[in-house]
Design a protein around this ligand. Sequence first.
Ligand code: ADP
Ligand code: MG
Length: 417
Amino acid sequence: MSRTARTRVWTVLRDALVATKWLAAGLGTGLAALAACALVLGVAALSLVGVGLLLIRPALLAVRGLADLERRRLARIGHDTPSPYAELPHAPLEVLRALRDDPANRRDLAWLPLHGLYGSILASLALQAPVNILREGSFPLWWTAVPPVESNALNGFVHIGSWTGAWLVAASAPLWAALWLFVVPRLVTPQALPGIRLLPPHPDIDLSERVARLTATRAAALDAHAVELRRIERALHDGAQNRLVGVAVLVGAARQALHRDPAQADAILERVQTSAEDALAELRTVARSILPPVLENRGLTGALSALAADSPVPCRTTVDVAPRCPASVESTAYFAVAEALTNAAKHSRATAIEVTVRRAADRLRVTITDNGRGGAAETGSGLVGIRRRVDAHDGTTTITSPTGGPTTIDLELPCGS
Ligand SMILES: Nc1ncnc2c1ncn2[C@@H]1O[C@H](COP(=O)(O)OP(=O)(O)O)[C@@H](O)[C@H]1O
Ligand SMILES: [Mg+2]
């Protein structure tokens, strides 16, 4: 099997495993939501006779905790869902007022039964696939050993009483495997729909938060831009410009020596040539650091392989980005990886680096891990620069680097297709 085919198979398998994990988590929050429904109904009934009023606040807090758990799951499956809550007051009557005025509480309460019923049912249907691969696939091994009522297939719908039947059941395992590999990963988002619709902040509140966030990220983007211009200015000033000054001085000296001592003039001109070539090389480096042509020509896959090949620490890259992302997103991912590789070589004492770049729907996920000593902190300009660039795209940056290692930098960039 060729390398790309192997990568494809592995990607499909991993997608199915990851989808199964998140659907199982979704089933968990779904069942918890059903339980919470019962709790809310109980508290509502008790409130009619008065005592329940004291329980409204704890019940709402429990619902908020559950909704926040689901929000974290939504964020992990690619739907960033910030928590929208205002502080909940303590006095029972004020809690009731908050319930009336804060749309987040009402949206939570609407989400509970939807996710509890629809979410749990869809998740359990989807989880049938991996369970049945094992159950039906191994059917001939155990069907004779269980009581006749247990020897059935398709969740008890079909009773099996003969070896032919048993082998037919086993033959259905590849069908379940195909469902698991190709259909189950597509169910993760539909299963989470109630949360995707109801758990983000109410559009009005979301908008003002978003304006504040955009103002902050725009300032950061301008800052990052200024820092970048300063870096280019320094690189030109200290590199090419210095060398060209040298060239000018040497050409002057060569002209003076031309008639007096042609041999010396020739020696000077040789130095002029070297200096001019150096200046050219420096200019090329600066140009490449602004937007590497390899990124333009060969996309992230080629550009990151080139970076990995140049890395002094052995680096393995897995890049699966189809279709290509917008150029600004690609260049942000490229510079983040470049900085992380430089850091790993400079600070980490790592012996191996792993770079994974994957596109899942409209998010680009970049992970860079080194097995070094850890302790990366946003104290210099490099990591802060990564965060600013990513923030400017409305993405997220997570740096995990405990003392002793390993260091992992995780980026998520939205890349609308
Ligand atoms: N991969 C890493 N492993 C260990 N330490 C790191 C790593 N990356 C960064 N660091 C630490 O975090 C600091 C900040 O990094 P950075 O912002 O890139 O600044 P700079 O590289 O210019 O020092 C570094 O000085 C270093 O001490
Ligand atoms: Mg650095």
